[in-house]
Design a binder for this molecule. Structure first.
Ligand code: NAD
Ligand code: MG
Length: 326
């Protein structure tokens, strides 16, 4: 046997071993084989017990989420675009903000005042990419603020080509008796009313070629019993995406959605999941771990990319092998 033969044989044997081992490991909630060199470094459960007051900060999570700060490379796919991203301070929204800026877009982010430390990091990253950054804190549960947000973003960016309705509230409750009317109202206002108000304000000023990208979830089609109010909002957003895509087609405005599975973000450590669920978070997905926000940024770029101009009313998924909601 030559050295090359030996290497081929050893590699082949090792791969066969991995292939045989993966399903069992994944079934046990253990580690599946990495799907890319970068994915090999992404953390897997068990995670350290942690809890932050809502809305939570990415900068205080252990381990810190990877939003693509070191890895995302742009290629001009959104050159000259002007985007507003709600919940752009952390998690999936931050990953989208970094990617959009590196793809050539100017970016406004909205977040709650308590999230200013996270927002400052994002503003610095957008500016490092050579793009304009606009920070507009405020509470999306207020209709007047939603209208002002779209106006201010458009004024400061010089127009609006992309709206990303990404902010959301998720607070776990064991049963329906423990979901108060205030809880229900806060979840609906943040997750359904705000995208409605923002879409209404944006559609009034957007030009042909503009895109609205909504964040839904695998929860839209396969709801967990302990986030009942949240899950129904993700289904509402999915439906809203498809209806608005049809309605806005005549104006040349596309409407798409991204549906994440489990992602390692502040939403989960600030009341979105119980501490027990958090420890094994993502472990039951076929990839055996939660996604990192960096791993979904490309879908937000794709959803808004003018190159895929025939795609509207589409749902782009990143669930780690779980089901796609639509
Ligand atoms: P995140 O906590 O980083 O982002 C949520 C953001 O929502 C916060 O940063 C906050 O700025 C914003 N927000 C909440 N209430 C607000 C209010 N009243 N006013 C203004 N802003 C408010 O968490 P994330 O997981 O990145 O969440 C982003 C989106 O991803 C959400 O739509 C969520 O439903 C969706 N999602 C997340 C997961 C997951 O496992 N993390 C899975 C599926 C879908
Ligand atoms: Mg945040």
């Amino acid at each position: 046997m030559t050295d090359t033969d030996r290497r081929t044989f050893v590699t082949g044997a090792a791969l066969a071993g991995v292939a045989a081992a993966v399903p069992a490991a994944a079934q046990n909630g253990g580690a599946a084989a990495p799907t890319s060199p970068a994915a090999a470094a992404h953390p897997k459960p068990p995670f350290p017990v942690q809890r932050q007051p809502w809305p939570g900060l990415a900068s205080k999570m252990t381990p810190r989420p990877d939003h693509g700060e070191q890895s995302y490379k742009g290629s001009g796919r959104l050159a000259g675009k002007r985007a507003l991203i709600t919940g752009g301070d952390s998690g999936i929204g931050r990953a989208a903000a970094i990617a959009y800026a590196r793809e050539g877009a100017d970016v406004a982010i909205n977040y709650l005042p308590a999230e200013e430390p996270d927002a400052r990091e994002v503003v610095a990253l957008i500016r490092e990419a050579g793009r304009k950054a606009v920070a507009i804190p405020g509470d999306l549960r207020d209709e007047g603020f939603c209208r002002k947000l779209v106006q201010q973003a458009a004024t400061q960016l010089g127009g609006l080509d992309i709206l990303v309705n990404n902010a959301a509230r998720q607070q776990t409750r064991p049963d329906i008796a423990s979901i108060s009317s205030q809880d229900f109202d806060d979840t609906m206002k943040t997750n359904v009313y705000a995208p409605f108000w923002l879409t209404k304000a944006a559609a009034a000023i957007m030009r042909p070629g503009a895109v609205i990208v909504n964040t839904s979830s695998e929860q839209a089609g396969d709801p967990s019993p302990d986030i009942v109010d949240y899950a129904l909002t993700r289904a509402a957003v999915l439906n809203f995406t498809k209806a608005m895509a049809k309605q806005l087609a005549s104006k040349g405005i596309r409407v798409n959605a991204v549906a994440p599975g489990p992602f390692w973000t502040p939403l989960q450590v600030s009341g979105g999941a119980t501490p027990e669920k958090l420890q094994s978070f993502g472990g039951s997905s076929p990839l055996g771990r939660p996604g990192q926000p960096a791993e979904i940024a490309g879908l937000y770029v794709a959803a808004a990319d003018p190159a895929i101009s025939f795609s509207t009313g589409q749902i782009f998924g990143a669930t780690g092998g779980g089901g796609q909601p639509a």
